[in-house]
Write a protein that binds this ligand. Structure first.
Ligand code: GPP
Ligand code: MG
Length: 309
């Protein structure tokens, strides 16, 4: 596997994936982003992702930035990838950085839609929980407001990261793996219905049994949790526990990757329960250093109740 990937290789992969998906890809749009974050590429995890629903027809690329790298939101502001804002979404990342030890960052960019999100990851040995994160001043109040409900469903500690979406003014809270009984169909059904979301499909409930991550989406306007997503990780493009969508299945088989061995591939499937219904996602990893892969795989194995700060 080539772990050293220059912007040219990453651009070629994004261009190739765009061609396969019939997405318009402009070098003038993508290249400045790749070069702005190029220092991260050697060790970076690079993910190509698509979704059904309102995001259908878009290809996103995500690139991790190691701990100690430049704050990716500051880079995006400086380079003009995103406009300055007075909305609290603009200070959430620095508020978190000021209060918690970080394990690293990532960015999420649409080939068509431009700079969308930052991700902030916490160190695996020091994961925060909902109570601590609720105290972050710019955090949507709906986190504190739903903390009790989330805790009843096991979503309290073990927060692995925060996603901040500057286009939609939303924040995602990523939780690690829950114990098996929390993932039983009746537990997940009750979690979803109690959020005021539509009755989940059998397919979602079957899929959620294998979830290694669960994440909620919050906004600053509503006291409600906007949506919830269940993610399953596999190295086998056909190894998901439910039939998703033909476009998703096709992308799983054709997405470009830099791994020498097909068996080293990493695919993260998602099903989101949203007010308008369910939709599917797939993140196909283009590149991932062996060490990071081992860490991620180790993390997917549940190791008992998690402590949190
Ligand atoms: C997906 O969020 C989040 C990740 C794939 C984490 C990033 C991981 C890396 C290794 C870069 P999403 O796109 O499903 O969320 P939403 O649709 O709510 O923006
Ligand atoms: Mg995405």
């Amino acid at each position: 596997m080539s772990e050293i990937t220059k912007a040219d290789d990453v651009y070629a992969a994004i261009e190739e994936a765009s061609r396969l998906l019939d997405v318009d890809c402009s070098r003038d749009e993508v290249w400045p982003v790749l070069t702005a974050y190029e220092d991260a590429f050697t060790e970076a995890v690079i993910v190509l992702s698509i979704a059904t629903g309102s995001d259908a027809g878009e290809l996103d690329y995500s690139i991790t930035i190691p701990k100690g790298g430049a704050d990716p939101y500051e880079v995006a502001l400086e380079k003009g990838f995103t406009a300055p804002t007075d909305h609290p979404v603009g200070v959430l990342l620095s508020d978190i950085r000021d209060r918690f030890p970080l394990g690293g960052y990532a960015i999420d960019v649409g080939v068509g839609g431009g700079f969308k999100k930052t991700y902030t990851f916490f160190p695996l040995e020091d994961l925060p929980g909902v109570p601590g994160l609720s105290e972050v001043p710019s955090m949507p109040r709906s986190l504190a407001g739903n903390a009790g409900y989330l805790a009843e469903h096991g979503l309290v500690g073990g927060v692995t990261g925060i996603g901040i979406d500057y286009q939609h003014n939303t924040a995602n809270i990523y939780f690690g793996k829950l114990p098996a009984e929390r993932l039983e169909p009746q537990a997940i059904r009750s979690l979803i219905v109690g959020l005021g979301l539509p009755e989940p499909s059998e397919q979602l409930l079957e899929f959620a049994r294998s979830a290694f991550a669960i994440y909620i989406t919050l906004n600053w306007d509503s006291p409600k949790i906007e949506r919830i997503c269940f993610a399953v990780i596999t190295s086998d493009p056909m190894g998901i526990p439910a039939q998703l969508d033909p476009e998703i299945a096709r992308f799983a088989t054709i997405a470009p990757y830099a791994f020498a061995d097909e068996g080293d591939r990493v695919l993260v499937y998602g099903i989101t329960a949203a007010p308008t219904g369910e939709y599917y996602k797939l993140g196909s990893y283009y590149q991932m250093a062996q060490q990071t892969r081992k860490l991620l795989m180790a993390f997917t194995a549940f190791k008992g109740e998690k402590a949190y700060s």
